[in-house]
Design a protein. Structure first.
Length: 484
């Protein structure tokens, strides 16, 4: 395999002690992994449209409802990196199955909760279970597929996550409005139970156990510092918008950032001592990973606000029902997997970073069309076409980002890379929802909802544009992709 000066060698010789599978078994293993990723992403948003019904049914306070929404991503983001490294040490299938089984159990518990306190607790535990299983998905793809084979697998992965991002609101609206089996909002959680059970059985049969031959030691001090720092950042980001951004939130974020800086310094010191750290500094010497991660974060932040603002606006300003709002996203959800699959399997190997820039340009075009449609006499008539355009752009970004960012990472660092990648994604989505959502409501309250909508969309388009500029810092084509 040839390399360019932009990249370190692809240390494929640094393999894990694992059997390599192919054919039907590997396809079923991939489907099992993708099913788990789909459930996790869907559950991140599925509750949003059911909150009012939960409030009535459980007598939940606004604070409890905030925690129903915030508890899940908080626990999820905090646990990703540590869980990825636990998979390297104790077995990726073991951690995946444990997380998947716990996710199914906590979904059942959420669906059967009899009070808001129970629902909040089970929702937090559901997020923690998701953190156990999700890092193993990307790590397993890195391990089970050679660099020249990963395009197709990553194409399927990114198509699934793109679809899952908008399936949550649609499914939540359909289930809640339809009152399935007279159970109101509860089936939005209970539907996960049989899916998780089937996926566990398939995982045990078809996913081989893999682990790192030289796993990083996981000390309580490092794990605690990392988890506490991420929690200090995520907590005010997720709760701040509904609490007028209190001063303690900014102080907590500052403490969290300082904690991450201390953690990073400890990782460098550990590596210099000849011990493998939890997050090896060597990982960031892979240029496509470091520059790609920054670009991916910039392109992901606006999407966190996009789904929130658009859904809020059509209900608050245009008077759409929850079901109508859910159905609004269907054109977007149909466009995303098509574009994502094409980007990962065909366009990213040929175009490299340019596909991110093309996707950003298409997404900006779709957002601009939404902006213009909102001011028309009949916005609902024009929204579907605009959503298709935005979906094509979004799909091109998510379809190529994982491949371009992770493909040059040596297998020995796959677990750490997966944990960092997923953590950055979770933080970026949370930041986007918080900052852009706040811009919409703040401007909307003082100058009208239409003005808030316009400010939010102009902000999102500007950030996507910045992400396209940052993509220029990435290598033109990743070594592994171009070699394949």
């Amino acid at each position: 395999m040839t390399t360019t000066p932009d990249y370190p060698p692809l240390a494929e010789s640094e393999t894990v002690s694992a059997p390599i599978i192919s054919g039907r078994a590997r396809t079923i293993a991939l489907i099992c992994l993708l099913s788990a990723a789909f459930m996790e992403l869907m559950d991140g948003t599925v509750v949003n449209v059911a909150l009012r019904t939960m409030e009535t049914d459980l007598g939940a306070s606004s604070t409890a409802l905030q925690w129903v929404v915030a508890g899940y991503p908080l626990a999820y983001a905090v646990g990703l990196i540590v869980s990825a490294r636990l998979g390297d040490r104790y077995g990726r299938r073991l951690l995946f199955v444990a997380g998947l089984a716990a996710f199914g159990v906590m979904s059942l518990a959420c669906g059967l909760a009899t009070g808001p306190g129970q629902l909040v607790a089970f929702r937090v535990l559901q997020g923690a279970a998701a953190a156990l299983m999700v890092p193993q998905v990307l790590t397993n793809i890195q391990v089970l597929y050679r660099p020249d084979e990963r395009g197709k697998a990553m194409g399927m992965f990114t198509s699934v996550i793109g679809l899952a991002a908008v399936t949550g609101p649609i499914l939540g609206a359909v289930i809640t409005d339809g009152d399935w089996f007279g159970m109101s909002w509860r089936p939005i959680f209970l539907i996960n139970v049989p899916l998780a059970a089937i996926a566990v059985a398939a995982a045990l049969s078809f996913i081989p156990e893999t682990r790192d031959d030289n796993p990083a030691p996981i000390t309580a001090g490092s794990a605690g510092l990392l988890g506490a720092s991420l929690a200090a950042i995520m907590l005010p980001i997720t709760l701040g918008p509904d609490n007028n951004w209190p001063a303690w939130g900014f102080a907590t974020i500052t403490i969290g950032v300082a904690g991450l800086a201390i953690f990073a310094r400890r990782q460098v010191t550990t590596a210099e001592a000849g011990v493998t750290p939890m997050v090896p500094p060597a990982l960031f010497r892979t240029r496509s990973f470091t520059t790609g991660l920054i670009t991916f974060a910039a392109l992901t932040i606006p999407t966190g606000g996009y789904f929130l603002v658009q859904s809020l606006h059509v209900q608050m300003a245009l008077g759409w029902s929850v079901l109508h709002t859910g159905f609004m996203w269907i054109p977007f959800s149909l466009a995303v997997p098509v574009s994502a699959g094409l980007a990962a399997t065909v366009l990213a190997p040929r175009l490299g970073r340019r596909i991110l820039q093309i996707g950003a340009a298409i997404l900006i075009t779709g957002m601009a069309a939404m902006y213009l449609a909102e001011g028309s006499s009949n916005p609902g008539l024009w929204f579907p076409a605009a959503l298709v355009i935005a979906g094509l752009g979004f799909g091109a970004i998510v379809g190529s980002a994982g491949l371009l960012v992770l493909n040059d990472v040596p297998v020995a660092l796959a677990g750490a890379a997966s944990g960092v990648f997923n953590t950055v994604q979770a933080l970026a989505v949370a930041v986007g929802a918080a900052v852009i959502g706040t811009a919409y409501t703040t401007v909307g309250e003082s100058h009208g909802l239409q003005s808030g909508y316009h400010v939010a969309f102009l902000t999102m388009m500007a950030i996507v544009g910045a992400g396209a500029v940052l993509a220029q810092t990435m290598p033109k084509v990743t070594t592994a992709v171009s070699a394949g």
